[in-house]
Design a protein around this ligand. Sequence first.
Ligand SMILES: [Fe+2]
Length: 261
Amino acid sequence: METQELNLNTVIENEPRYLIPEDTYDYDHPEVIHYTDYFMQEAAKLNVFVNINATIQAHRSLIAAQTMATAWYDFAKYVPSFITKAVAMTDDPERQHHLIQIAYDELGGQDKNFIHSNLFLEAIEKTSVPLIHISSSSSIKDVLNWLDKTLTETKTQSGIVGLLLSFEIIAEENIETLFNGLCYTDKCDEILSKTPFFKIHRADETEHIRHSVANFLRFCQTEKDRQDFKASFDMGVEYWQRFWDQIARLINLEVDAQKSA
Ligand SMILES: [Fe+2]
């Protein structure tokens, strides 16, 4: 744990952080600023969080937190497989180099103590939220399979890059929604905020978004590239709508099941 804390401090002190050296599309580049804003606005049109926010408010409880934790853990384990599969579907080594970086980050970079799905388990352990067996036949895995199929059916290189930006574009809101769902009592707030999982994600999601917007600018330069990119991006945002709606449904089902038990 000591190494973990040391590395974490290094990460946070060296802001702004770049996954890899950036010689063109840094945070101040006008196109990075313009397109980050544009894609965030496009993603916001789907009101992805409307149902999950209402559900969290209505059912703040340990069972709701456990349901969210269980679904998120399934998702967290899937993330590196999804990104590496996307990278394997691309054909240019330079594009692969840029696209693989977020998967590498998710898997802890040079330090296995930073594998994000493991950091997540450590975080929920701190607030005593054990994973559960979801009793309904619905599952977050149905939604992950939908995303996997969407990726497999993506026919263009720009489409793959677009799907990967959509995966990151609402990451900041995703992390805060997860945080709210896990905070089943007031004291969870402080405990979870101090965990490496939340510290890292609150510090790093901005870079995942910038890096993915830079990939758009770097690899999608023709009108056709940008159309293919946007079509896949829209599918990816639809994924998030399905993901959060499914978690809201699972929380409602688990809360009802507990009441009638
Ligand atoms: Fe992560």
